[in-house]
Design a protein around this ligand. Structure first.
Ligand code: ATR
Length: 288
């Protein structure tokens, strides 16, 4: 890699940041495109966030991704936030436009793009069940809403959190059928019988767990997705596959959120396959 006096800097702010796959994926893409940029990890402690954001302007950094635990707290320090990011209440991408810092949320669009491009699924007019109501769920729910889903059911262990997301959607005044249900209601066949898409946004798959769903009660055409990308087939997806249902893992969302960030910063079409290949050795360490 050749760093010159003209090399532009991109990066990611997180705490911790050392497990992030973004530097690997973004540098592979930048190199492939032949762009004179470098993408670096920055471990930013929560109490240093404001100073770090000022540093973007001071140092002329072209753009950064923002990850845990800064996605919500960063908003007051920015000059502008897109309507989507403001609705979701979370920013994962900052664009430095001639000194003006603009906050975007590409997690939400990343998920939608993975749905479309990896699974050929268009959310418009669809009936969707989202399991979980945390930060990731919010982005996905608003993304599906903006894409014209006709009904969204949110199932969460803590029902109050689901209702809060529901209230924010209702407050937009736009037409959508939405309901919140407790986790236990997932056993109710009436919830499952007319669903087109199920999204598991809970962190249960990371610890080998899975929401308890009887997939034989879902329509045969249902698409079952999980936002966890490691393992690529979570216990939740495995159960769905065993019942003959189509599945979509979380890797596409990771890649496309990065691809959209890169497109915002460089105005170039992101090389999605290069980004996907750069992660392969990391995600499947046993395979060459
Ligand atoms: P993220 O930002 O990744 O979405 P989060 O905000 O901590 O992370 O949200 C995690 C989600 O997984 C929540 O919906 C959480 O349910 P609660 O709102 O009730 O906490 C859900 N979750 C995590 N572990 C769970 C478990 N063992 N059973 C059911 N839901 C679980």
């Amino acid at each position: 890699m050749k760093i010159t006096g003209e090399t532009k800097v991109l990066g990611i702010f997180g705490y911790p940041v050392r497990h992030s796959l973004s530097p690997l994926m973004q540098n592979a893409a930048l190199e492939h495109l032949g762009l004179d940029y470098i993408y670096l990890p920055f471990e930013v402690r929560p109490e240093q966030l404001e100073t770090a954001i000022k540093g973007i302007r001071a140092l002329g950094i072209s753009g950064v991704n923002v990850t845990i635990p800064h996605k919500e707290k960063v908003i007051p320090f920015l000059d502008e936030v897109t309507e989507e990011a403001s609705l979701i209440g979370s920013v994962n991408t900052i664009e430095n436009k001639n000194g003006k810092l603009i906050g975007h949320n590409t997690d939400s669009r990343g998920y939608i793009r993975s749905l479309r491009e990896d699974a050929g699924f268009d959310p418009k007019g669809k009936t969707i069940l989202v399991i979980g109501a945390g930060g990731a769920a919010k982005g996905i729910i608003f993304g599906l809403f903006l894409e014209g889903a006709s009904k969204i059911t949110i199932a969460n262990r803590t029902i109050e959190k689901a209702k809060k997301v529901e209230d924010t959607l209702r407050a937009t005044g736009k037409k959508i059928e939405i309901e919140s249900i407790p986790f236990l209601a997932l056993k109710d066949p009436r919830i499952l019988s007319s669903i087109d898409l199920i999204v598991n946004t809970t962190s249960m798959g990371l610890e080998g767990g899975s929401p308890d769903i009887d997939f034989s009660l879902t329509p045969e055409h249902v698409l079952v997705s999980d936002i966890v990308y490691k393992p690529p087939v979570t216990p939740f997806l495995k159960k769905a596959q065993d019942a003959g249902r189509r599945t979509l893992g979380g890797l596409g969302m990771l890649i496309y959120q990065g691809a959209i960030s890169l497109e915002i910063w460089t105005s170039q079409k992101a090389p999605v396959e290069v980004m996907r290949n750069s992660l392969a050795p990391f995600l499947n360490p046993c395979k060459p």
